[in-house]
Design a protein around this ligand. Structure first.
Ligand code: FEO
Length: 394
């Protein structure tokens, strides 16, 4: 895609990747993605971010249609991850006189990624750079989504360049939010995958830009946001905020092949409800990832149940457990349960996963062979009572 002017003297010079179907082997992308980089012209010229390495030729060709790279005065690295720094070495070669501005953390990461030390002016000591008639002002935004992240604000045009924040993996050459259909799903999925683990940092970053009179948001992936741009930080704020719950909340997530683990879950829930707690019971195959994430991040205690099938936890329950690393967990403890027929490894495997995620496992797991008896179900109720008491005690 050719460069285009976004505002007077401000250009998109990135690259598109429409055929991509899984970003970073992590996040499915329905419509590929874009690696957005920008050029800002005042009396001097600045480049904000680059692109993934295999798109370096496209990026440099786009840059050269607008300026001789030897006349680039400043390069801003908002974030060092290779999808934005992959063409940096080529740009530095082509623009040897340019001064590089980035956070101290990004400078460290770039040195590791490029294999040699990087000369850069830390934005902590240089909070803005004047281009002559244009100013680039740097705003720390750590953990959106790496520790190194900064936003760059261009006050004369009221444009925010927030790198990954407010992005979407969506490649559509119309490139503006009001022209790209069904952007909302991609925008939300991107938040869930990349930003949700850092909810508190999202809230801090959104607060730090609250007073900016945004006209445009130019993220590093997907369309430029020009339709009431303040709505996008506001949506991040709403998604990052947890609902206020007056009572301790306990979530039971379970899978059940033959209904036996489900019966255990229901009996445990009865035990939980004998105390003054909120109980959410979720059959993991009946809800989407967003619901699972919400339960995992809002619970004060987590109970995870699976039968053992072929010496393993059921795959949908594994997938639910994989989401633990994608949210900020506030649970103080967790426990496992499940029925089994022969060897019964699942409960121990769940407990290990919970410990690996730094969740204290208490009480020890509960498992019964084949269908739980009336006595087994009574044990489940007592297990629930004990779990609720521990959660309530904090
Ligand atoms: Fe799009 Fe964190 O890189």
């Amino acid at each position: 895609m050719k460069p285009f002017e976004i505002a007077p003297g401000v250009y998109w010079i990135g690259a598109t990747h429409p055929e991509l179907r899984v970003f970073d082997d992590l996040l499915p992308t329905r419509r590929g993605t874009t690696y957005n980089a920008y050029l800002v012209r005042g009396e001097k010229t600045a480049v904000i971010d680059t692109v993934k390495a295999f798109k370096a030729d496209t990026f440099l060709d786009n840059l050269r249609t607008l300026v001789d790279p030897r006349k680039v005065d400043a390069i801003i690295v908002n974030h060092a991850e290779p999808d934005h720094s992959g063409a940096l070495a080529r740009l530095l070669d082509a623009a040897p006189q340019a001064r590089l501005y980035t956070s101290k953390a990004a400078r460290l990461y770039l040195s590791g990624l490029l294999g040699h030390s990087i000369e850069a002016l830390p934005v902590e000591d240089h909070p803005e750079v004047s281009l002559g008639g244009r100013t680039l002002r740097f705003i720390p935004a750590p953990f959106l989504h790496w520790p190194d992240t900064i936003f760059t604000w261009l006050p004369e045009e009221r444009i925010l360049f927030p790198c990954d924040a407010f992005g979407a993996h969506c490649c559509d050459e119309r490139m503006y939010d009001n022209l790209v259909p069904d952007l909302e799903a991609d925008f939300h999925a991107y938040f869930d995958a990349l930003m949700r683990p850092y909810r508190d940092k999202v809230l801090a970053a959104v607060e730090s830009i609250r007073d900016l009179d945004l006209r445009l948001i130019c993220p590093s992936h997907g369309p430029i946001l020009r339709t009431n741009p303040k709505q996008y930080p506001e949506r991040y704020r709403q998604w990052a905020a947890l609902p206020e719950i007056a009572k301790p909340c306990i979530a039971i997530l379970y899978a059940s092949a033959h209904g036996n683990t489900r019966r255990m879950a229901e009996a445990i829930a009865e035990g939980l409800r004998t105390l003054d707690v909120v109980v959410e019971i979720i059959h993991v195959t009946e809800v989407d990832e967003s619901r699972l994430r919400a339960a995992l991040e809002s619970a004060d205690g987590l109970l995870i149940g699976s039968p053992t099938i072929v010496r393993d936890v059921l795959p949908p329950l594994w997938r639910a457990l994989s989401l633990l690393s994608t949210v900020k967990v506030r649970a103080r403890h967790a426990a496992a349960f499940g029925s089994y027929g022969w060897s019964g490894e699942a409960v121990g495997m769940i407990e290990q996963r919970l410990r690996d995620m730094r969740l204290p496992v208490t009480p020890s797991g509960l498992r019964f062979k084949f269908a739980p008896t009336a006595a087994d179900l009574e044990s489940c109720r007592r297990f629930g009572e004990r779990f609720a008491a521990e959660t309530s005690a904090g």
